[in-house]
Design a protein around this ligand. Structure first.
Ligand code: UN1
Length: 517
């Protein structure tokens, strides 16, 4: 294995995470195995092969599912706070391994090291959240209409939760799901993105050790690897009552249909087409920081990335010029070097999509404000580095209606009242994140009202990305409607049971029905 970024401590990080040259991609607990074909993981940072992972075969999948089914019988009856204790230990281990794991995230998928650390921090935060929640899995009690009766509801574990995650948040999104599912008493089977499989192996290694140390069944945490065909093992499997999938709208539609065909549940977190509305009362400095981080952070590869800026005509040129200035300051390069703001795109396919999107924007009448480019030469040899671009466009352009996973920001102009901007903001198929920059209370409240943003996330004086784990995360329309992470998102990982108990010697019927024998 040759690592060209030795100076950034990648080799040490891989050692600490027990990542080898060839890794088994099928695992339950510490038992990893694999006979399937080898998947290569190349770093978009320098184009080097980081390691290989074996893909999961159908036979291996069956073995893993058997271990998950068995683990569930033990795990579901363990008191929830004790399950919380395991998640607490997992969070502690993540604190210890934050730097190597953050580094692997950065090296395998290309986001800045700071953002890699931030992603591991999201894992730690959701563990803390889940630990507290493990003592709060409460249902309601209701008053029965019948005398001498008690009625209440309780939440029970659901079973085996399937998790399909994307390359852009290769560890945090799994943790949002799995930390909650575990305290809820479910066991999990995870297929990470085939573009970041080593992140999956690293996480599995961490939790496997904890399960073993606590003498718990290995199948509580299972890992499978491969492309969509391996994902299909789960979507068509009746033993998996819930499939949580993060990725493209195209993928989500396929998953949703396959899971619905067997009346399973799916939790979908799909594409966004997120906008910031900039009103005449906006703080321009804050707007520029929020928009630039939202558009170029993670090289525009967050589902919450800012894709559209909807600017009032009265301040349009001021905002545009401030953005042009800010874009001149952006440093693009090795994301492990903390001086750089923007790393590479995930692979050359992504670079192609970026180029095609810019061409399409031009052909539809878009006007370039900051020219995009694919970078080459010293430091850019992986061929995955691109320049963040800004294009003046119209909301109805086909390309503006699409989510391109790249740092392209479209500037759109509005006139008149904030309602006109809201109509543009809502005028796309996706509904994940949205924001308004304004110091005008009336505008902010109109944006947040029932007639305002139609997205799952609506922020005031904050950009579209960087949500905290404490809120429910997800969106409406083609974003898929799922909610993960904070608030009461835990409920989807449990089954609700309504219980009515009669403590009399009579059997009165509900609705006053008489049935005398
Ligand atoms: C994603 O891009 O799939 O809100 C998740 C954010 C991050 C999570 C993004 N906390 O930008």
């Amino acid at each position: 294995m040759s690592i060209t970024v030795q100076s950034f401590g990648i080799k040490e990080a891989l050692n600490k995470l027990h990542i080898k040259e060839i890794n088994h991609g099928s695992a339950y607990g510490i038992n990893s195995f694999g006979e399937g074909e080898l998947l290569n993981s190349y770093s978009p940072v320098d184009g080097e092969l980081i390691g290989k992972v074996t893909a999961t075969t159908k036979e291996e999948y069956q073995k893993i599912m058997a271990s998950a089914e068995e683990a569930f019988t033990t795990w579901r009856i363990m008191p929830a706070p004790q399950r919380g204790e395991i998640v607490r230990q997992f969070g502690e281990k993540l604190r210890e391994l934050k730097e190597p794991l953050g580094k692997l995230v950065s090296y395998e998928m290309g986001k800045s090291y700071q953002e890699g650390l931030g992603e591991v921090q999201e894992m730690i935060d959701i563990c803390d959240f889940a630990v507290g929640l493990s003592r709060q899995l409460h249902g309601l009690t209701m008053h029965s209409e019948r005398p001498g009766h008690r009625m209440y509801e309780q939440y029970h574990p659901l079973g085996i939760v399937g998790i399909i995650s994307a390359f852009n948040f290769p560890v945090a999104v799994w943790a949002w799901n799995t930390a909650l599912a575990w305290i809820c008493g479910d066991v999990c089977i995870w297929k990470p993105s085939e573009k970041a499989p080593l992140c999956g192996v690293a996480c599995q290694n961490i939790i496997a050790e904890i399960l073993e140390k606590n003498n718990l069944p290995a199948g509580i945490s299972c890992l499978i690897n491969g492309d969509y065909k391996v994902g299909e093992f789960m979507t068509s499997d009746k033993r998996i009552p819930l499939v949580s999938a993060t990725g493209s709208i195209r993928m989500g539609k396929i998953v949703a249909q396959a899971v619905a065909a067997r009346l399973g549940k799916s939790l979908l977190e799909l594409g966004g087409n997120n906008a910031i509305i900039v009103t005449p009362d906006a703080d321009i400095k804050m707007t520029v920081i929020g928009a630039v981080f939202g558009a170029v952070g993670t090289a525009g590869q967050r589902c919450t990335s800012t894709r559209r800026l909807i600017i009032h005509e009265s301040i349009y040129d001021t905002v545009k010029n401030a953005l042009v200035d800010a874009y001149q300051q952006i440093r693009i390069g090795n994301p492990l070097d903390e001086n750089n703001h923007v790393g590479p795109l995930i692979d050359k396919d992504a670079v192609n999509m970026y180029q095609k999107a810019l061409e399409k924007a031009k052909s539809e009448g878009g006007k370039t404000v900051v020219e995009g480019a694919v970078l080459s030469g010293e430091g850019y040899q992986s061929g995955c580095y691109v320049k963040p671009a800004i294009v003046e466009a119209k909301n109805e352009f086909e390309i503006v209606q699409e989510e391109t996973f790249a740092p392209i920001l479209y500037l759109l102009k509005y006139s008149g009242e904030v309602e006109n901007a809201i109509a543009i903001q809502n005028g796309v198929a996706q509904g994940l994140s949205s924001a308004i920059m304004t110091n005008n209370l009336r505008e902010a409240e109109r944006f947040l009202s029932a007639a305002g943003s139609d997205c799952g996330i609506a922020n005031v004086n904050i950009g579209t990305s960087g949500a905290e784990i404490g809120g429910a995360f997800g969106g409406e329309k083609e974003t898929g409607g799922g909610r993960e992470s904070g608030s009461d998102a835990w409920k989807i990982y449990m089954r609700r049971q309504t219980n009515t108990i009669n403590y009399t010697t009579e059997l009165p019927l509900a609705q006053g029905i008489k049935f005398d024998l």
